[in-house]
Design a protein around this ligand. Structure first.
Ligand code: UDX
Length: 429
């Protein structure tokens, strides 16, 4: 927002993060973000604080707090959204320049949340109005997805005059993207809230669909990567998000489909989303499958076998470990007695802090040294570009499990490795 020319104050309760950000440093890995932060903090357009009084004169308050999965339940934890609304209500000066102040909700929330917040705002008597304005950014592409989004969604209040003002304020905020003809979808609150969870559910479904096909390929000797390529040529299906492997993870897809199911249950339409339970089950079964493959590769028992795990984040180009399939698989292998050596270009330090029980060597060579099985679980290019011939002498037994189907099976087999893909065998074709 600062890059687009706005004056921005970022408020958070986490002092450590705020201090880092205030120095123009990103508290996580995200391509392009450090440069952007540095530039805009230096220009004075972007400030970070833990002091809520500094939000008093804002025209728009974006709520971008987390809505994690509730402990032991499917639903989303709304505590942080509720607290953010309370903070804005307490500290925002409304109106601003003769117009109501706008809250723009970005957090992914159960459908119906916006209506509840709008009621709260109305009851407060303050001139604060609400729009729901979901974002669709992907980790690793967050800067690009924010500066040049593929679509903008406004969820506006039913009251026409209030809706008109909310739209006017949002249009000013997104002037650059709108001038570049970014598609804009204007809808009511529930639609805007649903857009985000519907999009993530669709993506999750696509991944589980291809992983189900991987199971069929494993049972029949088919190759799921060729299958995906062939069906992807049909542009009604499309090639993207048909990567079979150990399945999806991260801070969004898994918890969003679960919270969506929980909300559908509350609304009495749980049957509409029963299929998402299957999507989740297929996804989790991929992790069992990877563990089973490792067991198969060592001929049965994992106890005392050395497994080199290459990549531990939920996907490459991030240091995010939230619901990482790779970390889950590694933990299960460890629980079965395997001796693990885990490497990751971004999350090694965090992993050492959080999981002192796991061995995290400095180099790939150390991890590979004497390994009985090598598993590529996150397709960082550092690992997908390894030369099978060069690393062969390092390992004890040349077993390679390609958890993301990113290696060339022939190249590895020709170099002397036992190649295990996910729904993929070494075939002459
Ligand atoms: C996702 C959505 O893509 C984004 O639009 C939304 O705003 C937030 O949630 P993100 O969590 O960054 O973004 O990850 P994404 O790129 O969608 O990948 C999710 C998971 O699916 C990763 O674990 C990835 O490895 C896996 N994946 C992705 C597959 O297993 N196969 C694929 O073909 C694609």
């Amino acid at each position: 927002m600062a890059e687009l020319g706005h004056e921005v104050v970022g408020l958070d309760v986490d002092e450590k993060k705020v201090n880092l950000l205030a120095q123009g440093k990103a508290p996580f890995i995200e391509a392009g973000l450090p440069e952007l932060l540095e530039r805009n903090v230096a220009s004075g357009r972007l400030k970070f604080t833990t002091d809520p009084s500094l939000i008093a004169d804002a025209q728009i308050h974006f709520i971008g707090v987390g809505t994690p999965q509730l402990q032991g339940r499917l639903g989303a934890d709304m505590t942080y959204v509720d607290q953010a609304v309370a903070t804005i209500l307490e500290h925002a000066d409304a109106p601003q320049d003769g117009r109501p102040v706008l809250i723009a909700g970005k957090s992914t929330v159960p459908v119906g949340t916006a209506e509840g917040i709008a009621k709260r705002l109305q009851e407060s008597g303050k001139e604060i109005i609400l729009a729901w304005n979901p974002e669709f950014l992907r980790e690793g592409y967050a800067v690009q997805d924010t500066l040049t989004p593929d679509r903008i969604v406004y969820g506006l209040p039913e009251d026409q005059e209030t809706g008109r003002i909310a739209r006017e304020i949002l249009d000013e905020c997104y002037a650059t993207a709108l001038a570049a003809d970014t598609p804009l979808v204007v809808a009511n609150y529930p639609t805007a809230e649903l857009v985000k969870v519907a999009a993530n559910s669709f993506l999750a479904t696509k991944i589980s669909f291809i992983n189900a096909m991987a199971e069929l390929c494993d049972a029949t000797g088919g190759d799921v990567t060729r299958l995906a390529e062939a069906i992807g040529h049909d542009d009604r299906i499309g090639k993207k998000f048909l990567g079979a492997g150990i399945g999806f993870g991260g801070g969004c897809l898994p918890k969003d489909i679960r919270a969506f199911m929980a909300r559908a249950g509350e609304l009495g339409v749980d049957q509409a989303l029963t299929f998402l339970r299957e999507v989740d089950t297929i996804n989790l079964r991929r992790r069992d499958h990877a563990v089973n493959l490792a067991e198969e590769a060592v001929g049965g028992r994992l106890v005392g076998k050395k497994i080199a795990v290459l990549g531990i984040t939920f996907k490459p180009d991030t240091d995010d470990l939230r619901d990482s399939p790779a970390l889950d698989i590694a933990s299960r292998l460890w629980a079965r007695g395997a001796e693990l050596a885990i490497v990751d270009p971004a999350a090694a330090e965090t992993l050492r802090e959080r999981r002192p029980d796991l061995t995290v060597p400095e180099t790939v060579e150390e991890a590979l040294d004497g390994a009985d099985v090598v598993m590529i679980l996150t397709p960082w290019k550092e690992y997908t570009q390894l030369d099978p011939k060069v690393i062969l002498p390092l390992v004890d037994t040349p077993n390679i499990i390609d958890g993301r189907n990113v290696l060339d099976p022939h190249e590895w087999a020709d170099a002397g490795w036992n190649y295990y893909g996910m729904g993929r065998t070494v075939s002459v074709w």
